[in-house]
Design a protein around this ligand. Sequence first.
Ligand SMILES: C[S@@+](CC[C@H](N)C(=O)[O-])C[C@H]1O[C@@H](n2cnc3c(N)ncnc32)[C@H](O)[C@@H]1O
Length: 250
Amino acid sequence: MANGKGKLNHQNDSQNGIFSTELSTAIMITSKRGFGSQMNITDKSIEVYAQAYSERSSACVQEIHDWTIDNTDESRMLSGELQAAILRMLVRSIGATRVLEIGMFTGFSALAIAEVLPDHGQLITLDIDEEREKIARSFFDQSPHGSKISIVIGHALETIPSLEPPFDMVYIDADKANYIRYYEAVMPLVSSGGLIVADNVLWSGEVLNPAQDDEDALALAEFNTQIQSDARVSNVLLPVRDGLMVARKT
Ligand SMILES: C[S@@+](CC[C@H](N)C(=O)[O-])C[C@H]1O[C@@H](n2cnc3c(N)ncnc32)[C@H](O)[C@@H]1O
């Protein structure tokens, strides 16, 4: 396996043999994704500690976070502080200037990313819900970095083909059933060495043993399997919050 990629069920490969054993053990551990779940894989106190020792979001980004908690009943959709710090680190590390986000919500992760783009940088963020545009734009307008953000409303599978490449990074954080389609749609738009980052790929652990009626868990498990066998990328699945897949296009 020159590229370090393996198929999950390849029994003749010693590395994958060990991996299969670990995976079998892991799938015995069950977790339930209850209503209002905080979507944490790591212990909450560990996450709080990690957050305390990571770069904080700006006041503007924190305001979106707090407003979303106070004014919506969907705050579980926020990427969260620790993930915002990771996204900023990734953007800075690759010197990204053009980033695409699929799934804007109230604009928390969009502004967190835009703040570390250079002055000429651009973040295009997609959402299907037109009500969200007004809310997010009102926050972006309060930030000196808001002018780097363009919002495109519509189903992402319909709006992605209209976007002009290249992108240095794509952050996928919309409907889980379409993750594979988003991944394939953006792959040609991502520059060589660019990143495709996908949130919620552990789905509170449900991907380990997806229930046959859980479409999201099944789709995410398939997404992870596809990336793991995709020779076009090198990848790492970070067990941060609800699981973050980072794939680098070679
Ligand atoms: C988890 S939230 C995004 C959270 C955001 N990245 C953040 O950290 O604050 C998912 C968003 O994806 C949007 N969405 C769902 N299906 C979509 C689709 N087919 N095309 C575009 N956006 C979609 C939803 O309207 C929702 O705002």
